[in-house]
Design a binder for this molecule. Structure first.
Ligand code: PMP
Length: 465
C-alpha cells in the first residue's frame, strides 16, 4: 500500500475515506456510494480538489477562515510555539505566555467590561462552559433554582450534549436524548418563513416578547439566562427585524436575566464590527467565541465573561475545564490572527469594501425568478428560494429539496455555497476583494439558473398550499 498522500487517485482516496472515516452530519453509507470531494490544498479564497478543480470558497471553510488560506505567519507562529512549549495546561496554578497574551488581547477587543476569558477547544465546548457557568453563578448568589436557560428554535450553539440542547435544531434533538433538562426554546425572528401577514417590525417585537412570556410563565426566579446568536448563522443567516434586539435587551434588563451572545460566527469582524453585539446594539454578560478567533487555523474557543460574573464565579472553585483550555499553540496562532486582523484593518475592509460589494452583488440576485428575500449583514448573507415571491410561498415538496439541488449546481460551478433547507447561504472569507465577490455573484447566478431549469423541467416549481 503506497503512502496516503494527495498524489493518490481520487477514487482510492474516496474508497479509503469510505472505509474508515465517519463524517459529521452525514449519512455515511450513502456518502460512501456517492463519494466525497477531496480537498487537497487552499490558497487565498480558493480551494483545490483532487480532480484539479479550483473552487471559490463562499463559506470560509465552516464560517471560520476569515483571513483566507495560506497565511504563512500563522504557520510560523504555530511552529515557533510548538518548539518552545507545545503544550502545557492551565490547571493547578500554572499558566503560560500565549494564554496570558491572548486573554489580554481578547479583553481589549471585547466591548464593555467583558474582561475575562475561559478558554475551550471549540464553540460547543465554550457553550457547555456557559451552561455550567451561568447556573453556578446563580447558585453562588443563593438562587440555585435559577437554572433555566432560554434559547430559540433553529438556533445553532454546537453539537455536544449541552450545546446541542441549547441549540434549537429539531433533527438534532431527535437523536441521542437531547435536550438536557431546563432548556427552553422560544420562536426565532424569521420573518420571511414565519411572519405571515405581519409587518416585519411588528413581527420582530412579537417574537422578542415571547421571551417575556416565557419568563412570566416559568417565573423570574427560575430563569438563569437567554442565549442567542446576534445573527443566526447555521439556521440560515436569519437577520432579525430591527425591533427585535432592543426589546430582548429591555426584557433581560428588566428581569435580571443573564444575556449570552453566541459570537462564534459573528465575532471577529464578520458583521462589519469586531463583534455582532456591537452591530445589533446589545450588552451581553458573556460572549461565546471560536471560529474567527483563529480563522480556523487551530481549534480554539472560549467564553468572554463580564467583570461581575467573573468575580462571582471566581469566589469558589469552578469544577470545570478542558485539557486544551488555552492550548499554547492554538493561542499563539489566534494571537497572530488577531494581529493580522488589526494591522490589515480587516474589520474596516468588511465595513467599507467587502461588505458593500457583497451587498450589491447579493441583492442583485433578487431579480432572479427563484429568489425571494435576499438578506445580509457584513459578510454573511442568505437568500430564500421560492416558487412564488409575492406570497413568500414554500415549495410543494420536502423542505430542502430545491436548496440541495441549488447547492449541487453551485458545487458543479466551483462555488461553495451552502443550503439550509431552501435558503442559500454564503459567509466568505472577510478578505475577499470586490473582484472575488463579483465572481461569487456570477457563479451563484449560474447555479440559480441551472437549478431553476431543473426544477422547471421536472415540474417542481409548484407552491405549497
Ligand atoms: N455556536 C455557533 C453560533 C456556531 O455557528 C457554531 C458552529 N457552527 C457553534 C457554536 C459550535 O462551534 P464548534 O463547531 O466549534 O463546536
Amino acid at each position: 500500500m503506497p503512502a496516503i498522500t494527495n498524489h493518490l487517485p481520487t477514487a482510492e482516496l474516496q474508497a479509503l475515506d469510505a472505509a474508515h472515516h465517519m463524517h459529521p452530519f452525514t449519512a455515511n453509507t450513502e456518502l460512501a456510494e456517492t463519494g466525497t470531494k477531496v480537498i487537497t490544498r487552499a490558497d487565498g479564497v480558493y480551494l483545490h480538489d483532487s480532480d484539479g478543480n479550483k473552487i471559490l470558497d463562499g463559506m470560509a471553510g465552516l464560517w471560520c477562515v476569515n483571513i483566507g488560506y495560506g497565511r504563512n505567519e500563522l504557520a510560523d507562529a504555530a511552529a515557533r510555539q510548538m518548539r518552545e512549549l507545545p503544550y502545557y495546561n492551565t490547571f493547578f496554578k500554572t499558566t503560560h505566555v500565549p494564554a496570558i497574551a491572548l486573554a489580554k488581547k481578547i479583553a481589549e477587543l471585547a466591548p464593555g467590561d467583558l474582561n475575562h476569558v475561559f478558554f475551550a477547544g471549540s464553540g460547543s465546548e465554550a457553550n457547555d462552559t456557559n451552561i455550567r457557568m451561568v447556573r453556578h453563578y446563580w447558585a453562588l448568589k443563593g438562587k440555585p433554582n435559577k437554572s433555566i436557560i432560554i434559547s430559540r428554535k433553529n438556533a445553532y450553539h454546537g453539537s455536544s450534549v449541552g450545546s446541542g440542547s441549547l441549540g434549537g435544531m429539531a433533527p438534532m434533538h431527535a437523536q441521542g436524548g437531547l435536550p438536557i433538562p431546563d432548556i427552553l426554546h422560544i420562536n426565532q425572528p424569521n420573518w420571511w418563513a414565519e411572519g405571515g401577514g405581519m409587518d416585519r417590525d411588528a413581527f420582530g417585537l412579537a417574537r422578542a416578547q415571547e421571551l417575556e412570556e416565557a419568563i412570566l410563565e416559568h417565573g423570574e426566579d427560575r430563569i438563569a439566562a437567554f442565549i442567542a446568536e446576534p445573527i443566526q448563522g447555521a439556521g440560515g443567516v436569519i437577520v432579525p427585524p430591527d425591533t427585535y434586539w432592543p426589546e430582548i435587551q429591555r426584557i433581560c434588563d428588566k428581569y435580571e436575566i443573564l444575556l449570552i451572545a453566541d459570537e462564534v460566527i459573528c465575532g471577529f469582524g464578520r458583521t462589519g464590527n469586531w463583534f455582532g453585539t456591537q452591530t445589533v446594539g446589545i450588552k451581553p454578560h458573556i460572549m461565546t467565541i471560536a471560529k474567527g478567533l483563529s480563522s480556523g487555523y487551530q481549534p480554539i474557543g472560549g467564553s468572554v465573561v463580564c467583570d461581575e460574573v467573573a468575580e462571582v464565579i471566581g469566589s469558589d472553585e469552578f469544577n470545570h475545564g478542558y485539557t486544551y483550555s488555552g492550548h499554547p499553540v492554538a493561542s499563539a496562532v489566534a494571537l497572530e490572527n488577531l494581529r493580522i486582523l488589526e494591522e490589515e484593518d480587516v474589520v474596516g475592509h468588511v465595513q467599507n469594501v467587502a461588505g458593500p460589494a457583497l451587498a450589491e452583488t447579493w441583492h442583485g440576485l433578487s431579480d432572479h425568478p427563484l429568489v425571494g428575500e435576499t438578506t445580509l449583514v457584513g459578510m454573511m448573507a442568505s437568500l430564500a428560494l421560492t416558487p412564488h415571491k409575492e406570497s413568500r410561498a414554500k415549495f410543494a415538496m420536502d423542505a430542502g429539496t430545491a436548496g440541495f439541488m441549488c447547492r449541487e449546481r453551485s458545487f458543479a460551478n466551483n462555488l461553495i455555497m451552502r443550503h439550509v433547507y431552501d435558503r442559500m447561504v454564503v459567509s466568505p472569507p472577510l478578505v475577499m476583494t470586490p473582484e472575488d465577490i463579483t465572481e461569487l455573484g456570477k457563479r451563484a447566478r449560474t447555479a440559480l439558473d441551472e437549478c431553476y431549469a431543473q426544477l422547471k423541467e421536472h415540474d417542481m416549481l409548484k407552491p405549497a398550499d
